[in-house]
Write a new protein. Sequence first.
Length: 245
Amino acid sequence: MSTPSESILVTGASRGIGRAIAQQLALDGFSVVVHYARNASAAQACVDQIQAAGGDARLLSFDISDRAACEQALSADIEQHGCYYGLVLNAGISQDQALPMMSGDDWDSVIQTNLGGFYNVVKPCVMPMIRRRAAGRIIALSSVSGLIGNRGQTNYAASKAGIIGAAKSLALELAKRKITVNCVAPGLIETDMIEDAPVDLIRNTIPLRRLGQPEEVAAIVGFLCSPAAGYITRQVIAVDGGLSS
């Protein structure tokens, strides 16, 4: 069980996988910083649910694709509340389209948000984490698309594969500081992000023949944030029903 001083920032925590992760970490005893970009009411509902269950949570809003906004919001939050024990980099977007029809804006927005967001969020937080002189955790959400690719997702797959490379490199840089860096790569998870996906067709390609649940991803993230995972770093854990195996 963590102490109240150990806080974890979860980006994109207003809904779906991010919300499940925030709730899991609160149950594990962490103080959760619930990040959102636009959906303030959903983020507040997440905080309310955590607090109603006896947990500790607060809101933080910024656009992960805006480097200056990230720097300003995160530096101010760290100055007021202290540095984070952990970061869960969950926020991201998709703009699916076959490459011949994909616009430059669709490519740029996904790369800048998903991959650029990794840098934009980690950069203001990592030196305070190092100065903390204690163990820490960074978990980046990649995707099965970043492992094996997916039709119509060259931009998304590129961003998620890039996150894996960035996380593996950062893990080497931070290992001597006892800060672990890992990736979790979800497959087809039952959230509103898959509303337009050919679910029945994809389900047949999954060895377990079902969709995953956000709570199943959250359970892995919760473990990786725990003291029990202190010897696990530079790894990619797929939560995909065997799809990428």
